[in-house]
Design a binder for this molecule. Sequence first.
Ligand SMILES: C[S@@+](CC[C@H](N)C(=O)[O-])C[C@H]1O[C@@H](n2cnc3c(N)ncnc32)[C@H](O)[C@@H]1O
Length: 567
Amino acid sequence: MFIDLTLDSDSDELSKTASTTSTKTPSLPHSLAHRALNVPHSVPQKRKKSDTEDAFPALVVSSFVNGSKHREHDRRVASQPEPSRPSSRRSNASQEAQSQNRRHTPHALVPALRATRSNTPTSSSASTPEVIIPSNPPDVLIYTPSHRLKREASSFNSGHAAAAAATSSRSSRSSSLASSNPTTTQPPTALSQRYYPTDAYEKRAVKGAYPKAKRVQRSATPLVIGTPGPLLIRPPNIRQQTRKTMKRKLRGIKGPAVTYDAAAERRLADFILNFEFVNTNPLRKGVVPVAEEFNAGCTCEGVCDETTCLCLSKEEDESNTNIVPYRAAADVAGLMVLKPEFLTRKAMIYECSDRCSCDQTCWNRVVQNGRTVRLQIFHTGDRGFGLRSPDRIRPGQFIDCYQGEVITAAAATLREADHTARGTSYLFSLDFLNGQYEEFEDESNDDDDDGYHDEDNDDEDDEAESGCKYVIDGRNFGGVTRFINHSCNPNCRMIPVSRNHADRDLYDLAFFALREIPPFTELTFDYNPGSEGVRDSKIEPTAVRCLCGEANCRGQLWPNQRKKGTR
Ligand SMILES: C[S@@+](CC[C@H](N)C(=O)[O-])C[C@H]1O[C@@H](n2cnc3c(N)ncnc32)[C@H](O)[C@@H]1O
C-alpha cells in the first residue's frame, strides 16, 4: 500500500493509518494530507521534482520502528542518485529492514526506504549514505512538507486573502503580490488576460480579416448520387392530403356533424385549403362591442315569465304587451321553434343573457344554445356550393348563424371591390337597427358640429354612406352557412338575434326555417329582403344574375354587391 500524492486529503483511511503508525507523525497542511491507495507499484512513481521530491521528501514511517527518527537524514539520503547505491549493500539493508520489520512492527507497516549511515547502528559499515529498497515492497510512505513548500503555501494563502479583500484594486494588488512572490501561482480573475487578452485585436489584425479560401480539387471530389428518398419513390398523394385537411376542418365545426356530398369532394377540398371555419365571429380592427356592464337582464326565477320578462321586446301599439318569439315544437320535447306570427314580423329577437337571473333551461335561450341539425355541403352546378340538411327541419326551427369576420363599414367598402371583381359576395351589413335612433342621433350630433373636418369621423362617413357601422364578411373565415344561396322563394329567413340590449351594432344573424324543409332540400334565403313581390323592372348590368329558377325570380341577387342584411 502506498500514498498517492495526486489524491485529495480528507481521507479517514489516512488519519486511521497515521494514528496507527505513530502519534508523532508530522501534521501536514490541509493540502498535503493524502489518501492511501492500492497500486501495483512498490515504489512511488517519479514526479516532477518541484512538486514532489523537493516538496515531499520521503519520510520512512518504518524508521519509527526502532525508535530512531532520522527524517532529515533520510530525506537527504533518499535524494541521492540510485547508481551510487551498491547492489550488495542494498540487498543487505533490505534483509536487515525485513528482519527489523519482523522483530518490531506489530502491524503491516514496513519501511519503504531506509537511509543508512556509517554511524547508525542499523547501517552497514559504508560511509556513503544509501537508499535501501527492500525486496519486500514498502507499505506506507508519508512525505513531510519541506520548508520551501510550507513557505510557498503560507505566502499563497496570505496573497489569496489579500486579493479577495481588495476587489477594487484586485489586478494591481495581484500583480504586486505576484511580483513579490514569484513562486505564487495566481488564480485567474475577471480581469485576467486569460479571459480578456489585451492583444486579441492585434492578433486578429495580423491574422487577416478574412480566412483563407479553402482550395478544393473538384475533379477529385466524388459526386455521390444516393438512393432516392421516400418522396421520390412514392410522391405524396395531394388529393388524399387535401381531403384529410378538409375533414379535419369540418370536424372542428361545433354542433351536429357537417359533411359533404361525395360528388363535391374534390372541389370542396381545394376550396377549404384556403378557408377557415370559425365558431364565433372574430372581431377585426375598429370593432368594439358594448361592455356587458351596460346590458340589463331579467329578474325571472327559473324559466322566464312571458308576461313580465324584461328581455322581451314590447309591441309598438298601446297594449305594451311582450312579443314572445318562441314556442315549444309540437313533436320534439325540449325543442323551441319560432312562433309562426314572428316569422312574418320585422323584429329583432332578444334572448336572455348571462345578466339574467333565469336559468340555462329557460325557453328564451335558443340561438345561444347552437345548431341542432346536421348539415351537408354540396355543389349546385350553376351557383357554386350550396347547403342542405340530411335531417327534416321543422317550421320555425333554428338552423345556424351567419358567421364571419366582423369588420367596420370602412373596411367593408375596401373589401367590396374585391368581392365585386370575383362576382361573389359574402358581406352582410349589421344594419337592422339603423334609422331607429336617427332622431336621437341628430340631436346629439348638433352639439358636435364645430365646423371643422374631423379625420376621426371618416369611418363615420363610411357608416353614414353604407347605413351601418359593422359588416360580417364570411369569405375567408366563416361558418358553414356562408354556403347558403339566394332564392327569390326562400325556405329560410335571416333574423337578427341579440342578447345585449345596449349594443345595437353587434348581434347574431340567425337562420330559421320558414316552412317544413324535407331532408336534402337546399337551404336558401332572400339576400335582398324587403323586395319580395317586387319584380325589378330594370336589372342593373353590374348585378349578379339570379339563377334560383323560382317563378317569382327577380332576376338579380341585389343591386350592389353588399347585401342589405336583415332590414
Ligand atoms: C354567400 S355566397 C353563397 C355560396 C356560394 N354559392 C359559394 O359557392 O360559396 C353568395 C354567392 O353565391 C352565388 N349565388 C348565390 N345565390 C345565387 C343565385 N340565386 N343565383 C346565382 N348566384 C348565386 C353568388 O355568386 C353570390 O355572390
